[in-house]
Design a protein around this ligand. Structure first.
Ligand code: NAI
Length: 297
């Protein structure tokens, strides 16, 4: 078939053929845009009794990932960063309770992902407490946004250390175990901003582009040991502490730029992460999957 003067050779979808139906499509998009209830989006089999490390799971995307894996029978080890007000500790306690409500075991502690030796100790402790190690989700991450000519060394280094070095430390800690057992799943949480940057994100974009390169390298080095390594690249995800700090005009613009006309929920990311950890995705490695409602188009 080929295109003709009349247009596409394929029959037009009857639902978008006349104006009444276009209204229906618009209405549908509006409903999708106002959907707020985060619900499980996927159920996969074969993850029961595995053990996962999820970094930074006291809130946002990490919390949703930990709960979704727990829902699939995975024991969860997670860390978080303590703050002075004890807010993260309180949130972590709540996440641990929610994880346990799925009938799986949980181990959690405060551990700065940017401190190499602490991360090594944390990963060993998870293995010891939960009796194995099969999945790593590198999620812990922060943003300190500034125009690059106003960006301090500290803002640059803290973001690179947390988002990129932290992921490397955790990856390096699990690699010998995954290689020895010839089985493992690693999912790194990158960002659309690791693929296309925006104003103010020099440190953040560099860290997330680095995560993508790290994902590809680890996929090459660990593939022969039957370890899948992939990245997800979320667009703007609401109801997380990271987006709480983003001005509402930027979120409105992001919603407009996404072809689905909505921002994502943490659950939208968690469903894809669970899929990548499952055997349904056993032939996917080194991939970067945008979860952005078409924002990058
Ligand atoms: P959040 O602020 O709600 O959660 C971040 C988690 O990481 C918390 O548990 C926090 O305690 C932990 N954390 C922060 N610094 C840490 C450190 N030094 N050591 C250990 N844990 C630390 O953030 P959110 O939005 O859930 O982000 C999670 C990941 O998703 C990050 O890597 C972020 O870059 C990425 N992401 C988020 C998007 C969004 O729109 N929220 C979009 C694209 C990517």
């Amino acid at each position: 078939m080929s295109w003709t003067e009349e247009g596409s050779p394929y029959p037009r979808h009857p639902q978008v053929a006349d104006e009444t139906d276009e209204e229906a499509v618009e209405q549908l998009l509006e409903e999708v845009g106002t959907e707020t209830e985060p619900r499980p989006v996927l159920t996969v089999e074969g993850l029961e009794a595995r053990v996962a490390v999820v970094t930074g799971a006291s809130s946002g995307i990490g919390r949703a990932v930990a709960l979704d894996l727990a829902r699939h029978g995975v024991h969860i080890g997670f860390n978080f960063l303590d703050d002075e007000e004890g807010r993260s500790r309180h949130e972590a306690d709540e996440v641990a309770e929610e994880v346990e409500s799925f009938g799986v075991r949980v181990f959690y502690q405060s551990c700065d992902i940017g401190l190499s030796q602490d991360v090594t100790r944390f990963v060993s402790k998870v293995e010891e407490e939960l009796g194995g190690l099969h999945i790593l989700v590198n999620n812990a991450g922060i943003g300190i946004d500034r125009a690059l000519w106003r960006m301090s060394d500290e803002a640059w280094e803290t973001v690179l250390r947390t988002n990129l070095s932290g992921a490397f430390y955790a990856l390096r800690a699990v690699a010998p175990r995954f290689r020895a057992q010839e089985w493992g799943k690693i999912v790194n949480v990158a960002s659309v901003h690791g693929i296309r940057s925006e104003f103010g994100l020099a440190n953040y974009s560099a860290s997330k582009a680095g995560i993508i390169a790290l994902t590809q390298n680890a996929a090459i080095e660990l593939g022969p040991s039957n370890v899948n390594v992939n990245a997800v690249a979320p667009g703007y995800i609401r109801t997380t502490q990271l987006t709480d700090r983003v001005p509402s005009e930027i979120l409105d613009r992001a919603r407009e730029r996404s072809v689905l006309g909505r921002l994502g929920d943490p659950q939208d990311v968690a469903g894809v992460v669970t899929f990548l950890c499952s055997e349904a995705a056993r032939h996917i490695s080194g991939a970067v999957i945008p979860i952005d409602g078409g924002y990058l188009l």
